[in-house]
Structures are given as C-alpha cells and as structure tokens.
Design a protein around this ligand. Structure first.
Ligand code: NAG
Ligand code: NAG
Length: 195
C-alpha cells in the first residue's frame, strides 16, 4: 500500500515537472521568436507590371486547350502552340542573355536565369502548362473561352487557377525585371511542365 502511494507521488511529481518545463519552454519561445519580415515596399514611381497587357496575355494563355488526360496522353499540337505563344509573348525573356531556354521531353520548358553571384544557391519556380479536360455540359462558361464577367473584373476558364495563372505570373514578373535591364543577384530556374 505504502509502495503504491509512493509510486503515485513520484508520477505526480514527474507530471508537474513536465508541465513546468513546458511552461518554461513556451515562455522562452515567446520572447525569442524572430520578428515578422517587413512588408514588401511598394514603389509608386517605378510603375507596375503592365496590367492591361498581362490580362490579355493571360486570356490568350487560357484559350490553348493544353489538356492532358494522363501522363502519356496530352494535346501535343496545343502544347506546341502554347510554347510558341509564350516565346512570342515574352521576347524580353526568350532573347535575354541572362536566360538559357531548354525544351525538355518535347514540350516542357526549363529556363535558367543567371544571377550576378554564381556562388549563391539557385532556387526553382514551378508551374505547369497542362490542364484537366473540360466536360462542357457541367460548365456555365465556355471551358476555353476565357470569357469575362460583365464588369470586366473576372475571367473564367479551365486552368486559370490551376495553373496558368501562376505560370503567367512568373513569366510576367521575369519579363518585367529583364525589361528594366535588371539581372537578379541569385540565379534561379523556372520549370514549366506539360505532363
Ligand atoms: C523608386 O523607383 C525609382 C525609379 O526606379 C527610384 O529612383 C527610387 O529611388 C525608388 N524609391 C524607393 C523608395 O525605392
Ligand atoms: C556572393 O555570395 C557569397 C555568399 O553569400 C558572398 O560571400 C559574396 O560576397 C557574394 N559576392 C558578391 C560579389 O557579392
């Protein structure tokens, strides 16, 4: 009986110790947490990515029926046309001396953007060109129509969110930077997959 009471007392003590330790760790973490990063600075005088042009290019991008049904069944003709469109729409990228452009496996694109400092590890931005099929009877809008809402603030189409929006955003930003004559400090890759 006495042994059991002792055991319970020890367990209780152990539990209290763990709780105290947790409280101490939490307190330390609260006071040593790094401050949040500063918000991105907007520079009104510098101007922004040309939004009228971007809207039109996004609209065009959505109209390519770059459908892939499975890893080995994709619309090759449309993927080829989409790739051609991108090279025409972003001359600043595809003619830049900082950018190396490779086609991988027929349709995917790999852009290697050379930074000023070669000793920094590069990073990778990814997006994909292909979309899932459209069953038009399930859609209110035309699947590849890139139709706009009456107020002109919205666009509807397969792949706008997944994933041509991201794809075009990456290329718009890169094109904007290169057009200004800027070279990034750190090198990076852009991979645009098709399957
Ligand atoms: C904003 O951009 C202009 C033009 O590139 C530049 O001259 C100016 O120094 C920038 N201002 C800030 C606060 O970064
Ligand atoms: C390039 O990056 C390395 C690693 O951060 C740094 O030590 C070096 O000073 C940088 N070189 C230049 C020219 O900024």
């Amino acid at each position: 009986m006495q042994t059991l009471a002792k055991l319970i007392a020890y367990l209780f003590l152990a539990l209290i110790s763990v709780l105290v330790l947790c409280c101490m760790r939490t307190t330390v973490l609260i006071y040593t947490r790094p401050p949040p990063p500063p918000p991105c600075a907007r520079n009104e005088t510098e101007g922004y990515i040309d939004s009228a042009g971007s809207w039109g290019r996004l609209k065009r991008a959505v109209q390519f029926e770059t459908v892939s049904h499975s890893p080995h069944h994709y619309n090759k003709q449309q993927l080829e046309a989409f790739g051609r469109y991108l090279t025409q729409a972003f001359p600043a990228i595809f003619h830049s001396r900082y950018v190396r452009h490779d086609i991988i496996n027929g349709y995917s694109m790999l852009l290697a953007v050379r930074g000023k400092n070669a000793s920094l590890q590069p990073y990778l931005l990814m997006a994909h060109m292909d979309v899932v099929p459209v069953v038009q009877s399930e859609w209110v809008w035309e699947g590849f129509g890139a139709n706009e809402s009456p107020d002109g603030n919205r666009m509807y189409g397969r792949g706008l969110i997944d994933n041509k929006g991201q794809l075009m955003a990456i290329l718009e930003a890169l094109s904007y930077m290169l057009n200004k004559g800027d070279q990034p400090v750190r090198s990076f890759f852009v991979s645009l997959g098709h399957d």
